[in-house]
Design a protein around this ligand. Structure first.
Ligand SMILES: Cc1cc2nc3c(=O)[nH]c(=O)nc-3n(C[C@H](O)[C@H](O)[C@H](O)COP(=O)(O)O)c2cc1C
Length: 340
């Protein structure tokens, strides 16, 4: 068996391979489809950088959701490398933790090993994953599925817990509603959101067709982020019978450094890809994470869990639901630079 060192020259990342990895990375979800990432290929490997011009100044002043989004892109790139039988070596924040100026992560190839079936299934799910905001049917999440989703988060150094305790569900609901109320009554937030909702074809932003207006008649246990800027700040109460009670998963980390937020993004994406492979639908409900004051309340509510980094709504799309169109992405040439 040849050693990894013996392969070091042939295992360097070629520009062609880098393009494939970056294309896979670009399919990742991002807050408001801002795609706040850039990539650079040089002798040191393939480097992920934050695109600070795409940070949401009002919604995301700390760059927390930017780091989660970039973590999701990093997860895709490493899975794409594994699917090609190569072993990634990922260095998070190689130059320090100033994520506004420094690289977020560098990927090099450490060796060769064929991908196993689970890794291939995750990689195959990359182009199929969608944010599905439509109502789910009433089926609960099977315990076996939750165990697989938890293992996916843990594989990326994060934790995952399913929100099943009725009292906790009420408290999380209150926090999500409060966050929604605060943001919907913030004119700057609404202006920023509107600037990322697209009625015409565009390479970024959320297509209007992917938005399910919160003002529409819909009864759900948890309020979703209202992505419809035209909706009234206080929508009329829903009148349809039957309350949607989705599975809710909390993903978090023990600490809250920039590296933790990146890892949480990797974990979120591995969970979303695992859900896709299991035939589950999912959408983030991150509004309670935006509002820093509410994050403290969240921490108190979920006492002892650590830092909640993401809230996912997970369930089954109703039988016969139309497949969702992919949302647009910027091209590889716009986000990858090559050369030293
Ligand atoms: C960090 C993060 C936070 C997000 N928060 C929300 C949210 O609060 N509500 C929502 O409906 N979608 C949310 N999304 C989903 C994005 O809007 C979605 O990923 C983007 O529009 C691209 O669509 P796609 O996921 O179908 O590819 C979030 C995604 C990320 C990565």
């Amino acid at each position: 068996m040849p050693t990894e060192a013996a392969h070091s020259v042939s295992l360097s990342l070629s520009p062609g391979l880098a393009r494939e990895l970056v294309a896979a990375a670009a399919a990742a979800p991002s807050i408001h489809n801002t795609q706040p990432w850039l990539w650079r290929l040089d002798a040191g490997g393939l480097t992920l950088l934050a695109d600070g011009s795409r940070r949401l100044a009002v919604t995301d002043p700390e760059g927390r959701q930017l780091l989660l989004s970039c973590g999701a892109a990093l997860c895709n790139a490493t899975l794409a490398l594994r699917a090609r039988g190569l072993v990634p070596q990922v260095t998070i924040l190689p130059d320090g933790d100033d994520h506004r100026a420094d690289p977020l992560a560098t990927i090099t190839v450490a060796g060769q090993r064929p991908a196993d079936g689970a890794e291939r299934a995750l990689s195959d799910a990359i182009p199929l994953r969608r944010t599905d905001r439509r109502p789910f049917d009433g089926r609960p999440l099977p315990a076996g599925a939750v165990a697989r989703l938890r293992a996916a988060a843990e594989a990326q150094g994060a934790w995952l817990t399913a929100l099943t305790d009725p009292d906790l569900r009420v408290q999380v609901n209150v926090l999500l509603s409060r966050a929604d109320w605060i943001e919907q009554h913030d004119a700057a937030y609404r202006r920023e959101l509107e600037s990322w909702i697209r009625s015409e074809p565009a390479p970024d932003g959320v297509p209007r067709g992917a938005v399910v207006a919160a003002g529409a008649t819909r009864q759900a246990e948890f309020p979703m982020r209202d992505l419809d800027p035209a909706a009234p700040a206080d929508p009329p109460p829903a009148s349809e019978p039957g309350v949607e009670r989705p599975g809710v998963l909390l993903i978090g980390t023990d600490a809250d450094t920039a590296a933790d937020r990146l890892r949480a993004g990797e974990a979120m994406q591995r969970v979303l890809l695992t859900a896709t492979a299991l035939g589950l639908a999912a959408s983030p409900m991150s509004q309670a994470i935006d509002v820093e004051g509410l994050r403290d309340r969240f921490r108190a509510t979920t006492g002892g869990l650590g830092q909640v980094q993401m809230i996912l709504r997970v369930g089954y799309a109703p039988a016969g639901a139309d497949p969702l169109d992919p949302t647009p992405r910027r091209g590889v040439d716009e986000i990858l630079t090559t050369g030293d």
